[in-house]
Design a binder for this molecule. Structure first.
Ligand code: HEC
Length: 190
């Protein structure tokens, strides 16, 4: 009888711990989505206005100089680490770590199995160097305007400018609906 009771208590505590963990994770996931949407919107607005002003050649210069500072400013204001990454990088400093790489590959596998890339997201609480970190990623699908700079047929002046800024560029050859990369945001839990 004692044994059964201990077993039941054990189950109860495990279940309880899982539930508490689960609701924390839900809350953090919601916060992460808000942070990510904020950055995404600013990047998009900046890109669209630069394209309107001077087409993809001008916008390329704007992406090159503004994407980093926009992301950094948001990180400072929200307290979250924010980044974008991809399996095919343009800027090598956006490189994925092991966890991000696994999630990016998982997104590709899910898309291949028929999932909608707009809906692919993943969150987890991980331990790193004795710290507990909440991490969230969301896939970024390729839309029509992205093809000017990430597609299969890129205009010569755009191509030249990409080569000048990003000599090791791999972020071309995408088509609409492909996963271009992902947002990745994280926060240490204290
Ligand atoms: C005007 C050219 C241009 C257009 C249009 C464009 N990008 Fe980019 N993209 C760039 C440049 C330049 C970078 C590198 C920015 C940097 O240095 O951080 C980049 C980087 C990225 C990255 C970060 C990962 C990496 O490879 O370094 C993602 C993700 C991305 N673009 C997605 C998109 C999506 C999605 C669209 C369409 C909504 C888009 N881009 C449209 C020029 C463009």
């Amino acid at each position: 009888m004692k044994k059964i009771f201990a077993g039941l208590m054990c189950t109860f505590f495990t279940l309880h711990a899982t539930l508490a963990y689960g609701s924390d994770q839900d809350k953090l996931t919601k916060e992460a989505r808000t942070v990510m949407k904020g950055v995404g919107k600013q990047l998009k607005t900046t890109l669209v206005s630069a394209m309107k002003k001077g087409g993809p050649v001008n916008a390329l210069g704007v992406c090159n100089t503004k994407a980093g500072p926009i992301t950094m400013r948001n990180a400072r204001e929200t307290g979250w680490d924010i980044g974008r990454t991809s399996l095919k990088l343009r800027n090598p400093s956006n490189g994925a770590d092991a966890w991000e790489l696994a999630v990016l590959k998982d997104f590709e596998a899910k898309k291949a199995a028929g999932a909608n890339p707009k809906k692919l997201e993943y969150s987890a609480i991980i331990e790193k160097d004795g710290k507990k970190i909440f991490r969230y990623m969301k896939a970024i699908p390729t839309a029509a305007p992205c093809l000017h700079c990430h597609g299969k047929q890129i205009q010569a002046p755009v191509k030249e400018k990409i080569a000048a800024h990003y000599p090791s560029d791999k972020a071309i050859g995408f088509k609409r609906g492909d996963i271009r990369g992902a947002f990745s945001v994280s926060k240490e839990l204290k």
